[in-house]
Design a protein around this ligand. Structure first.
Ligand SMILES: Cc1cc2nc3c(=O)[nH]c(=O)nc-3n(C[C@H](O)[C@H](O)[C@H](O)COP(=O)(O)O)c2cc1C
Length: 318
């Protein structure tokens, strides 16, 4: 069984990957999507979204990171994939699930699920271009407006050379509306031989049990659930082994939040850092009453030094 941390553009960046993978239970993570249009991206574009490339493509905890590309031109994606590998990407993941209008309008993300032949051509070209030892994987939704073609899309991806598939069990039109249709993950796994990861709406150990029962999938990818409850992967891994671990307490989480803030302060412009902290803290309010209280104090604060003081009340602000 593998548990992956989902790629989440604008949310799961290098800093959150670092902090979340240090909690444990995550087998691998993925960069935010790197958008490929009509040219070879410069090296800086890769290092910006995947700084871990300079560290052997591992997070500080030693968790492997995959590089995700999004685009629709098979040759251009293949060139970029080969370049990413030359920079140290250990796995190339292809995005066929992004629902954003701007992305779909330029023929990227979930809209490609309307064209299984193109899915096949993209994976085939990328597979051909990257070294044989480097796996190419794909992440898909169930379809654009209907899940009916999900098995056909999955077959196209697998036959093109995808070594694993992650299925976000909703269509593009479903957006992020619950429920996730985990039964379709089983239908996809029925028609392909490669491992299929179930993704979508796993917020708790109980959700994981239901997802496993309905999808039959041993492998999962966790997104918002893990961001909201950073020890979710650890809890699921323990539950699967028949063990139980105590949920992470707020006093165990707080040092991670403080470290997140220190890194955000160091790596982001002062006008962006507070927003990133609030974004994560708002998601933590789902699991921790203490986060609700802290969020109420911080939500209108944009001054970094005052946020330092609120987050580290016993230390002088740096
Ligand atoms: C803010 C946000 C950004 C996302 N960015 C990406 C992305 O860059 N690439 C991708 O394949 N999926 C992306 N997704 C989809 C997630 O990887 C995942 O499939 C989805 O959130 C469902 O899983 P969950 O219910 O566990 O969150 C994003 C989702 C969210 C909420």
């Amino acid at each position: 069984m593998q548990i992956a941390l989902a790629p989440m553009e604008g949310l799961v960046d290098e800093i959150l990957r670092d902090v979340l993978t240090r909690v444990g239970g995550i087998d691998w993570c993925v960069t935010e999507f790197i958008r490929v249009c009509d040219r070879l991206l410069p090296e800086t574009a890769y290092h910006k979204l995947a700084p871990e490339l300079a560290e052997g493509a591992l997070t500080r905890a030693g968790t492997p990171m995959r590089v995700q590309l999004l685009g629709s031109d098979p040759v251009c994606l293949a060139d970029n994939a080969a370049f990413a590998c030359s920079l140290g990407a250990p796995v190339i993941d292809l995005n066929f699930g992004c629902p954003a209008k701007t992305v779909n309008k330029s023929r990227g993300g979930a809209v490609l699920l309307k064209e299984p032949e193109l899915l096949h051509a993209i994976v085939r070209e990328v597979r051909r271009a990257v070294p044989a030892a480097i796996p190419v994987t794909a992440k898909m939704r169930l379809g654009f407006d209907s899940p009916d073609a999900a098995p056909e899309c999955a077959q196209a991806l697998a036959e093109g050379g995808a070594a694993q598939l992650v299925v976000h069990a909703r269509t593009k039109v479903d957006g992020y509306k619950p429920p996730a249709h985990w039964e379709w993950v089983a239908r996809v796994q029925d028609v392909v031989a490669v491992p299929v990861f179930a993704n979508g709406e796993i917020w708790s150990v109980d959700d994981w049990r239901r997802c496993r029962e309905i999808s039959g999938a041993e492998n999962i990818m966790l997104g918002r659930g893990l961001v909201s409850r950073p020890d979710l992967a650890r809890q699921i891994a323990a539950a699967r082994a028949g063990d139980e671990v105590l949920p992470m307490r707020w006093d165990e989480l707080l040092p991670l939040l403080q470290d997140f803030w220190r890194q955000a302060r160091r790596k982001l412009a002062p006008r962006y850092a507070p927003g990133r902290l609030k974004q994560w803290l708002a998601m933590l309010t789902r699991s921790y009453p203490e986060a609700v209280a802290l969020f109420a104090e911080i939500r209108r604060e944009n001054d970094c030094a005052r946020i330092d003081a609120l987050l580290n009340p016993l230390q002088p602000a740096s």
